[in-house]
Design a protein around this ligand. Structure first.
Ligand SMILES: Cc1cc2nc3c(=O)[nH]c(=O)nc-3n(C[C@H](O)[C@H](O)[C@H](O)COP(=O)(O)OP(=O)(O)OC[C@H]3O[C@@H](n4cnc5c(N)ncnc54)[C@H](O)[C@@H]3O)c2cc1C
Length: 393
């Protein structure tokens, strides 16, 4: 079976779905293909912090109604170390900007609904996806859907299939250069049915390792612990997780962490990765398929949103005015923001985690950096403007 569309999009994560939605608003057709089921992608718990620019884009493009109703707007975060909390007032330091806590799976649900309500094609549960003729003006995507072999003919392909997808590896050898950093730790994350015991996120630097307190709703808390990269989750009973969280997060002035039933528990590796360029012929990589950040800076989903904002504009100029310049500049445009986010994520990670083998000198440097960030307005402004995100345009 053959299908024809203007843009073939591989992956129904935040990048692929938002791209399809933005293109539809410009009257450009696309088909999204996804290897998982709708139920799976709508319940995959991952990121939860949206930058101001991402929120504005979702609202302006008509998919922000539930986000505005249910998202939790935060005007600050806390850095906690030495037994005390230090608030960074994001809104005051950035001239009125803020972040919104809203689960990635909720963004995905809103986008799928918007696409399907508008008659858009999102094909779930496809298999054996491959891309062809990338250097031609008519690239193709082949896949299996049920018992059928399908070929999707298009003018451009968006590779929005995440870090482990097929698009990046399909680029011929020698075209892409990878820049990478691995970290000697991972995050053990839990989702718990417990009312958040603090209104804002808490980033804790502790001698036993980093911990993060965050939330997803007024009744759900999301918590993370720095653990070894090869940590066996079987060794972490719920009781052990809570005990370690209490130790790393609680303060000398009596702040206590609320406990509740653990709904989900998992370990996430930490990695920085960028591929350059983010395009080859008529294939354009967006989101995690092109770059990964450690989650400490809360940038992963936001970078995916920023990439497809740029790509949707470039594709719009191409289809409406036959302009190729924005498409040609896609990678260069995105990489500027990508590298800023890479640096910020690496910097937050380096400041807040215990590095195995690091000595007292290293720990003193980290404390000095933390003292500087909470004590100097200039340093706090720098953290705040990166955290809420630089403007999308
Ligand atoms: C376990 C985990 C936890 C995370 N936690 C955080 C966090 O706390 N904070 C944070 O900021 N970021 C976090 N991130 C990062 C953030 O979730 C990502 O940056 C974000 O999902 C990027 O969106 P995307 O659309 O580019 O990719 P994805 O969301 O990965 O979407 C890619 C889609 O492509 C599909 N796909 C893959 N291969 C194929 C194929 N061959 N054919 C068709 N479809 C395919 C996948 O099923 C998926 O639906 C986390 C990531 C992971 C993996």
């Amino acid at each position: 079976m053959q299908i024809r569309t203007q843009v073939g999009i591989i992956g129904a994560g935040p990048a692929g779905l938002l791209l399809s939605h933005l293109l539809h608003r410009e009257g450009i057709e696309s088909v999204v293909i996804e290897s998982r089921s709708r139920d799976y992608v709508e319940h995959r718990v991952r990121a939860g912090v949206l930058e101001q620019g991402a929120v504005d884009l979702l609202v302006q493009s008509g998919v922000g109604e539930r986000l505005q109703r249910e998202g939790l707007v935060h005007h600050g975060i806390e850095l906690r170390f030495g037994g005390h909390g230090h608030r960074i007032d994001l809104t005051e330091l950035t001239g009125g900007r803020a972040i919104t806590v809203y689960g990635q799976q909720e963004v995905v649900k809103d986008l799928i609904r918007a696409r399907l309500d508008a008659g858009g094609q999102v094909l779930f549960d496809v298999a054996d996806v491959s891309v062809h003729a990338l250097e031609s003006t008519q690239p193709r995507i082949r896949f299996r859907r049920g018992d059928e072999d399908v070929e999707l003919q298009c003018d451009a392909i968006a590779g929005c299939d995440g870090f482990h997808g097929i698009c990046r590896p399909s680029v011929p050898p020698g075209v892409l250069t990878a820049f990478e950093r691995a970290y000697p730790f991972a995050w053990l994350g839990i989702l718990a049915e417990a009312a958040p015991s603090h209104e804002e996120l808490i980033y804790a630097y502790h001698e036993r390792g980093f911990a993060l307190f965050s939330m997803r709703s007024p009744s759900i808390t999301r918590l993370y612990l720095q653990v070894a990269p090869d940590e066996d989750i079987g060794q972490w009973s719920d009781d052990r997780v809570w005990e370690e969280l209490h130790t790393r997060l609680e303060t000398d002035d009596g702040w206590k962490l609320n406990e509740g039933p653990v709904l989900e528990k998992g370990i996430t590796g930490m990695r920085s990765y960028v591929t350059e360029p983010m395009q080859h012929g008529r294939l354009f990589l967006a989101g995690d398929s092109a770059h990964i950040v450690p989650p400490t800076g809360a940038k992963g989903m936001n970078l995916a949103v920023a990439d497809v904002h740029v790509l949707s504009r470039a594709l719009t100029a191409f289809f409406k005015s036959r302009r190729e310049d924005l498409l040609a500049a896609y990678s260069q445009t995105c990489l500027k923001r990508v590298w800023r986010a890479e640096h910020f994520s690496w910097w937050m990670t380096s400041m807040l985690h215990r590095f195995p083998g690091d000595d007292a000198f290293g720990h003193r440097l980290q404390r000095s950096q933390l003292d500087y960030v909470v004590g100097s307005r200039a340093a706090a402004v720098s953290l705040a403007e990166n955290y809420v995100g630089l403007p999308l345009d």
